[in-house]
Write a protein that binds this ligand. Structure first.
Ligand code: SF4
Length: 358
């Protein structure tokens, strides 16, 4: 986390009530953004944005039924199941990413949870990435306590595991696991001494009350997530949520602002869905307190036009990539950023809207 820019640091609370969050959502838009922006600069330099990307080390074929996800094998989305990449292949990607300026490499796998036999393979990747001097992060699904410790021992800095949505909407989206399962994995990650990346997805047909409920659940975790990815649903044909009414863009900005207010010291990340946002909407999100972006695996693609778009947007807004931090980060999927050597990079794989996408 960045330096504090004021001594008036807001208290990090873990007792938020839903009506308090709804009262924030209900503020006049300029007032809400003003408050969020003021809190943002207490903890962060408002001109800095962390940039992250991800590499999928195992894509598709997931047995879960997340209604938003094209990687679920039960939905006909055209995503084919691939096996776990070889460590050598992953390390080659990590080396590419590092050469392009990445500092963080996040490995994502479309699993319900890793099998114990998968852990040594992932651990080999983690050790190799760590040996390159990169930060390590992963998003692999649910973890047991033993698995979390094994990954930590291999050098894993961050783990991404999203709550996805409010507890009272979760059953509308996912039936193959329970909310408590998510909380249990997060506890295992914390107990193992890793940092958490945890957020959710909006625009899935939830109410404002339920959006507030997601942020309430995140803020009231025993330790607020170091990073909070806020994904805007990417509607993929073949998934049950294809055709859902689009979320009002201003409501998305309000969600970012309330996230900033209730989790003042966390990185709030624009994740899946950002590519479809206008430059103006992204600028509003930065004003509302977003200070991290999710970039998919574009870093690995030379001359990628999206990279150019982000660089141009940063230049137009006077923003700069956050300087490399020597500790860590996380996510279920993601990597990193615009071609500056001071970019923060998380490499994990970025399927459009997998809840693991940071
Ligand atoms: S979001 Fe993750 S757990 Fe859910 S179907 Fe997709 S890959 Fe599987």
């Amino acid at each position: 986390m960045s330096a504090h820019f004021s001594s008036d640091a807001p208290v990090v609370r873990h007792d938020w009530q839903r009506d308090e969050l709804l009262a924030l959502f209900d503020l006049p838009f300029p007032e809400l953004l003003h408050r969020a922006s003021a809190v943002h600069r207490v903890h962060f330099d408002p001109a800095e944005v962390q940039v992250s990307t991800l590499l999928s080390v195992k894509t598709g074929g997931c047995p879960e039924d997340c209604a938003y996800c094209p990687q679920a094998q039960r939905y006909d989305t055209g995503v084919s199941a691939q096996k776990l990449m070889d460590a050598d292949e992953v390390l080659a990607k990590a080396a590419q990413a590092k050469a392009a300026g990445a500092s963080r490499f996040c490995m994502g796998a479309a699993w319900r949870s890793p099998k114990d036999r998968d852990i040594p393979k992932v651990a080999e990747m983690i050790r190799g990435v760590k040996a390159m001097g990169l930060e390590t992060c992963a998003t692999l699904g649910m973890l047991s306590g033993e698995q979390a410790h094994a990954l930590k021992d291999a050098g894993l800095d961050y783990y991404n595991h999203n709550l996805d949505t409010a507890p009272d909407f979760y059953g509308d989206i996912i039936h193959t696991r329970q909310y408590q399962d998510r909380l249990d994995t997060l506890e295992h990650v914390r107990d193992a001494g890793m940092k958490t990346c945890c957020g959710g997805i909006v625009g899935m047909g939830e109410s404002r009350d339920q959006r507030a409920g997601l942020l309430q659940a995140l803020a009231n975790l025993p330790s607020q997530p170091d990073s909070v990815p806020i994904n805007r649903l990417v509607q993929v044909a073949g998934t049950p949520l294809h055709g859902t009414t689009e979320l009002d863009p201003f409501e998305f900005v309000r969600t970012i602002a309330v996230a900033r207010l209730v989790m003042p010291a966390s990185m709030v990340r624009l994740s899946a869905g950002r590519e479809a946002m206008s430059d103006e909407l992204q600028a509003l999100c930065f004003l509302a307190g977003a200070n991290s972006i999710f970039y998919g695996e574009k870093l690995l693609t030379t001359g990628n036009p999206d990279t150019g778009r982000d660089q141009a947007l940063f230049a137009r807004l006077g923003l700069r990539p956050m300087a490399v931090q020597v500790e860590n980060v996380h996510d279920h999927h993601r990597t990193d950023a615009p071609g500056s050597g001071t970019v923060h990079a998380d490499i994990t794989r970025s399927e459009p809207s997998c809840g693991r996408a940071a």
